[in-house]
Unconditional design. Structure first.
Length: 229
């Protein structure tokens, strides 16, 4: 079957879905030391731009977390997060963002991440350590596929002056692959943060459909917007 035929079938299927189904929005989840948190996520949809925004925060005696994210089904995920460790021992923070996307054959991905870390009042130094090979990983589904654009390295700052902030080196990566049909895009950020310190990150991922599908995907997105409005 030719690519153009595949794209037409995708748009037709989306039109039917938009008439009779409910389109799900994005999700955000945060774990601390592999335990769920009471993060409350506020989600809004801008039907003029087709953009979802999410924001949330949670604070306990052990940590404070804030998140913000923007997603679109065209598709991309962009986020900003801050994690503050109130404990006298390192803690592991895991952020997961996911969004439905326009089902289509995709063939390229791009991801980036940047961040900073702030030492506590002792000035004894701050360290961020990736849980996996890289701080940020990007996936699409189904089936679940690593997009080959994992980015971000850990770092250490200090010892130095109390409450000193240090910049983590920004990282970005492109990847191309054989056209593969996906309907979900997700991004994970996982790191361990030293005692009483603060970490802040901004990052994102976007994937690009096959060139022959670009204009037809615009029609698909329009169908979804009409369904929401």
């Amino acid at each position: 079957m030719k690519l153009g035929t595949i794209c037409v079938l995708i748009v037709a299927g989306l039109a039917l879905s938009a008439q009779g189904g409910v389109i799900m929005g994005p999700t955000a989840e945060v774990l601390v030391n592999n335990q769920s948190t009471d993060l409350i996520v506020r989600t809004l949809f801008d039907d003029t731009q087709g953009v979802w925004t999410m924001s949330g925060d949670v604070e306990t005696a052990e940590y404070k977390i804030t998140i913000s994210a923007t997603t679109k089904e065209d598709p991309f995920i962009q986020y900003g997060v801050t994690a503050q460790n109130f404990m006298a021992v390192p803690q592991t923070f895991s952020f997961a963002f996911s969004t439905p996307i326009v089902p289509a054959p995709y063939s390229a991905a791009f991801a980036s991440v940047s961040g900073s870390m702030t030492d506590d009042i002792s000035g004894n130094g701050v360290t961020i350590t990736p849980v996996f090979a890289k701080l940020q990983r990007a996936f699409a589904a189904a089936p679940v596929t690593n997009l080959g654009v994992d980015v971000g390295n850990g770092g250490t700052g200090g010892p130095g002056a109390p409450l000193m902030s240090y910049t983590l080196a920004a990282d970005s990566l492109n990847n191309t692959f054989a056209p593969t049909s996906f309907n979900t895009l997700s991004l994970n950020l996982d790191f361990t943060l030293t005692a009483n310190d603060v970490a802040t990150f901004n990052g994102g991922v976007e994937i690009t459909p096959e060139p022959g599908c670009l204009s037809l995907l615009g029609l698909a997105g329009l169908a979804l917007l009409r369904r929401r409005s």
